[in-house]
Design a protein around this ligand. Structure first.
Ligand SMILES: *[C@@H]1O[C@H](CO)[C@@H](O)[C@H](O)[C@H]1NC(C)=O
Ligand SMILES: *[C@@H]1O[C@H](CO)[C@@H](O)[C@H](O)[C@H]1NC(C)=O
Ligand SMILES: *[C@@H]1O[C@H](CO)[C@@H](O)[C@H](O)[C@H]1NC(C)=O
Length: 410
């Protein structure tokens, strides 16, 4: 109760009742740094998940008191994502037709923009910013689309114009925008720098993109989506270095660049598979690592694939805790550019836990980007496509940075 009191004295009377209300089912109700409600609505029990997170879970047992904070600051209860720098959503479509072997059939790329016959990605992004408070979008695109199947060739002006329409729609919302080349470290089955495209061919596409967006401070360069089964992680790091050097030399000197490891950029194996050590050698031309951010993905289903409607883990013990410890020790940061789950109670439960943990470690975890909105339809198991102004349940319950505030006010 002391935290409610501290809070009540610090804010307008109008918000007192919501701040001290009982937590809704699946909302946070305790954990280090938590200053919101510590009791749950009838039918839910405040349950300790770990030191950082207690959650109102369905049940009728006698309430337990969640781990409470010793450092209430009176900050507003803006939901568990509150302290993260970035919260966002993938806007997929230009990557459609890309397989995990790095083939991208350009006839299947489908711009997620109404003017090109797709879903209205611009309205989606405007909704996510205005209604949910998201501030980042990731815009996957196939390498083959960008260069119209000419490996090492120039950006194709017609294709780039369509992709740039999405980038500009993103920038127009005021959000940060990630350019994501969605090729799994490959071009048509062969691995960059390890039998496939040369590092120079890879660098050339990044040089061209960085040159185009050099003056845009809210662009992030996502070097590559989900490398996997890459034989040599140290050789891969030299390919990533080639991209970083090309981006910086093209004039994009200060934007964030996202560095992807092996094993589908899994957060859970980033340290153990050697990706962290190898990518630590990647530097800016001045020798620094400023704004070189590690890119990690994590799903919450039984096989970390993001293909199941039900979630089975919050990944905290298996992935986020060891990653956070490594990042802090090595003074580096990571961004979780893909995570997601079905619109199910299990995913709401585990995703809220994962996000709360990330937020408690926001010194080294910059944020998360949900998979996915864009050109999916409502039959897609991980759809985050809003229906008009109505969000899917996982977005409205967890992924939206306003989710905590909404659930806390019921
Ligand atoms: C690319 O996709 C189109 C349309 O689905 C299909 O007709 C074509 O065979 C595909 N090309 C390859 C090489 O798979
Ligand atoms: C929805 O998307 C799936 C593929 O994810 C497709 O098979 C299906 O035809 C689509 N449904 C509609 C109504 O567009
Ligand atoms: C979208 O919402 C409308 C009503 O607001 C509803 O009739 C429609 O079925 C919804 N569509 C989907 C795909 O859920």
């Amino acid at each position: 109760m002391s935290h409610c009191l501290t809070f009540a004295l610090a804010v307008l009377a109008a918000t007192i009742s919501s701040a001290c209300a009982q937590g809704a089912v699946y909302s946070q109700c305790g954990g280090q740094g938590w200053s919101g409600a510590t009791t749950c609505v009838s039918g839910a029990v405040c349950t300790v998940v770990n030191d950082y997170y207690s959650q109102c879970l369905p049940g009728t047992a006698t309430s337990t008191v969640g781990t409470t904070t010793t450092s209430a600051t009176g900050s507003s209860p803006t939901g568990s994502a509150g302290s993260l720098k970035f919260t966002g959503v993938n806007i997929a479509g230009f990557d459609f037709g890309c397989g995990t072997d790095g083939t991208c059939n350009t006839t299947q790329a489908w711009p997620p923009l109404a003017q090109y016959g797709g879903n209205d990605g611009q309205s989606q992004m405007q909704h996510f910013v205005q209604n949910d408070g998201f501030n980042m979008f990731r815009l996957p695109v196939g390498w083959q689309w960008l260069v119209n199947n000419q490996l090492g060739g120039a950006l194709n002006s017609a294709n780039l114009a369509e992709y740039d329409s999405l980038v500009q729609a993103c920038l127009g919302t005021g959000a940060y925008c990630i350019i994501d080349i969605h090729n799994y470290a490959r071009w048509n089955g062969a691995i960059i720098g390890q039998g496939g495209p040369t590092n120079a061919q890879f660098a050339s596409v990044w040089s061209a993109l960085a040159s185009k967006y050099a003056s845009q401070s809210k662009i992030l360069f996502g070097v590559m989506n989900e490398p996997h089964d890459v034989p040599s992680i140290t050789t891969w790091a030299t390919s990533v270095q080639a991209a970083v050097t090309a981006i910086r030399q093209a004039g994009a000197t200060s934007q964030m660049i996202l560095l992807p490891g092996n094993d589908w950029t899994s957060a859970g194996s980033f340290v153990s598979d050697g990706s962290a050590a190898a990518l630590s050698t990647v530097k800016n031309p001045d020798g620094s690592t400023t704004n070189l951010i590690f890119d990690v993905h994590k799903y919450l289903d039984s096989d970390n694939s993001g293909t199941h409607a039900e979630c089975t883990t919050n990944n905290i013990d298996s992935a986020w805790t060891p990653l956070v410890q490594w990042l802090r020790t090595n003074k580096r940061q990571a961004l979780n550019t893909e995570t997601g789950g079905g619109n199910t109670a299990s995913c709401v439960q585990f995703m809220c836990q994962q996000i709360a943990f990330q937020a408690q470690n926001s010194d080294v975890i910059l944020g998360y980007v949900g998979w996915s909105a864009g050109n999916f339809n409502s039959t897609y198991v991980l759809s985050e496509v809003p229906n008009g102004s109505s969000d899917t349940s996982l977005v409205s319950s967890c992924l939206s940075p306003k989710a905590g505030a909404q659930s806390g006010s019921t």
